[in-house]
Design a binder for this molecule. Structure first.
Ligand SMILES: [Zn+2]
Length: 158
C-alpha cells in the first residue's frame, strides 16, 4: 500500500516509519490548536496499528493531567484490555513532561519517539532516570514541524 505519492517531486524524501506516525501525532496537535488547547498530539502504535490517540485537553476538561500522552495511554490500555503497553511505541510531538514520562514508566512502553524538545518542562531537563530502563527513546522526528506548531500557537496568544 502506498501512503504518500511524491511522484510529482522526485527530490522529496519518502518519510520513514517514524515520520509517518509523527505526521499522525501532528494532525492531533493541530486539532488541539483548533480547539484552543496547547498543540501537542500523541499516538500509541502496536504491530503497525494505531491503538491509542490523544491530544491536549487540559482546558476543555479543566484537568492539568489531561496531556496528550495520558489520553493516548488510556486509550491504548483500553484497546488492549491491560494496563501495560509493552511492545508499543508512543509518538508525541513534544518531549513528554515529568508526569507523562512517569506514566510511561508504569506502562513499561517499549519505545518513545518525540519531535521537539521541551527545554523548560521536558522530563530530560529535570529527571532523566524517570524513563523505564527497557524504554528506547528517539527524539527529533519532524522536530521543526512539531516545534513550529507550538511557537505559532503561543505567538497568537500574546
Ligand atoms: Zn505531560
Amino acid at each position: 500500500m502506498k501512503i504518500y505519492n511524491f511522484e510529482d517531486d522526485p527530490l522529496a524524501a519518502v518519510p520513514n516509519v517514524d515520520e509517518q506516525y509523527m505526521m499522525e501525532a501532528l494532525k492531533l496537535a493541530k486539532r488541539a490548536a483548533e480547539e484552543d488547547e496547547i498543540p501537542i498530539g500523541a499516538i500509541v502504535v502496536a504491530n503497525g496499528k494505531i491503538i491509542g490517540k490523544g491530544y491536549n485537553l487540559t482546558e476543555k476538561l479543566n484537568d492539568v493531567t489531561a496531556h496528550a500522552e495520558m489520553q493516548a495511554f488510556t486509550a491504548a490500555a483500553n484497546f488492549l484490555g491491560g494496563k501495560y503497553l509493552r511492545d508499543c511505541t508512543l509518538y508525541v510531538t513534544i518531549e513528554p513532561c515529568v508526569m507523562c514520562a512517569g506514566a510511561s514508566y508504569w506502562t513499561q512502553i517499549s519505545k518513545i519517539v518525540y519531535g521537539a524538545k521541551d527545554i523548560k518542562r521536558g522530563y530530560s531537563v529535570i529527571q532523566d532516570k524517570i524513563i523505564h530502563p527497557k524504554t528506547t527513546i528517539v527524539s527529533g522526528v519532524l522536530e521543526k514541524e512539531c516545534a513550529e506548531l507550538m511557537t505559532s500557537f503561543f505567538r497568537q496568544k500574546r
